[in-house]
Unconditional design. Structure first.
Length: 335
């Protein structure tokens, strides 16, 4: 018996497309992955996508095929589905194809296939977050932060993609709770933090059912939490790196129903929030050590109002004891 892989004929593909047989197309995608028929899998993607023009709603098959290519196929095929001239690629996948591709493919494997444009830069950042050293001065500066993870940063949580799903773990956080007195009498201050947090959580609030509220007050964290209308609360102190990991997780996530943006976007959004807290956004891009200095000069806490921890949550309290100001963030998204 021959050990050569068996490739399905494209006549079968045309029949499935004509019949708009999604179940049959999914089985074909599974078979072509198993036989490593990547060219055939790419044709499934292309013809399923083209079928939409004739009224056949085969986007799920096209999406699954390009997702599997990004996850499993050799680098030349990954480069094809990350084609930056094609704005459709990855629109409906579980996570951005740049993050999917970074799970099993190194930057060394991909750099010759993905060019030096925006998609390549996102792949490089995703690989650096996963621990690979990426030094490429020709990458597009789409994020305006260093590719290299800094010594003061945490080990960020990353997605784990499988053939038919994904896991997006949240960081472990301190549970050393203590009650805190709140007050609603503090003067609210205007700054850039609210906008930075809203940008961080945009998939939660515009692509899902989430809500987000941010306040800055003259006073301590009890005053900041109280300014949100919370009468009774508890807090748990966080190390600065823990807080940064939580911000990055929130920014990477799509919440309950929103589109996941990926770990690289989450990391950038977390840096941007830190820059807003330190009032240095007007100097962006800033030296990485400045972000680290702001992060470590602030005092960080998680908080809640004794409510159940259900869904996607970001409830942070931050205090700048030198300036006498504090911030409270309350963001939730539930299924």
């Amino acid at each position: 018996m021959s050990d050569e892989p068996h490739f399905e004929p494209d006549e079968d593909l045309q029949d499935l497309i004509h019949a708009a047989d999604l179940d049959g197309l999914v089985r074909m995608i599974d078979n072509r992955c198993a036989s490593r028929d990547w060219e055939g899998l790419l044709r499934v993607r292309d013809r399923s996508r083209s079928a939409v023009k004739s009224g056949r709603q085969l986007w799920p098959a096209a999406t699954l095929a390009e997702y599997r290519i990004a996850l499993l196929a050799p680098p030349p095929f990954v480069g094809i589905v990350l084609d930056e001239a094609d704005g459709l690629a990855g629109r409906f996948t579980t996570g951005p194809l740049t993050e999917v591709a970074a799970q099993h493919h190194t930057w060394i494997d991909l750099e010759g296939e993905v060019g030096r444009g925006p998609h390549a830069a996102f792949v490089a950042h995703e690989r650096a977050i996963r621990g690979e050293i990426v030094n490429d001065p020709e990458l597009a500066p789409v994020l305006d932060i260093p590719t290299e993870v800094q010594g003061w940063e945490p080990q960020y949580e990353v997605a784990t993609y499988s053939d038919n799903g994904a896991e997006f773990p949240a960081p472990d956080l301190s549970d050393a709770w203590e009650d805190i007195e709140t007050s609603a009498d503090a003067e609210r201050l205007d700054d850039e933090v609210e906008l930075a947090v809203r940008q961080l959580l945009e998939p939660w609030t515009s692509g899902s059912n989430g809500r987000a509220e941010v306040v800055c007050v003259e006073g301590d964290i009890g005053a900041a939490i109280g300014a949100l209308g919370v009468r009774r609360a508890r807090i748990a102190p966080l190390e600065p790196a823990e807080a940064l990991a939580w911000l990055a997780w929130a920014g990477a996530s799509g919440g309950a129903h929103g589109r996941r943006r990926g770990a690289s976007s989450g990391r950038f959004g977390a840096w941007w929030v830190i820059g807003a807290l330190g009032d240095i956004l007007n100097d962006w891009p800033v030296n990485a050590d400045e972000i680290g200095q702001v992060l470590n000069e602030l005092e960080w806490f998680r908080w809640d109002a004794f409510e159940p921890a259900i869904g996607w949550i970001l409830q942070l309290a931050i205090e700048d004891p030198d300036e006498g100001v504090a911030w409270a963030i309350s963001a939730r998204d539930a299924v």
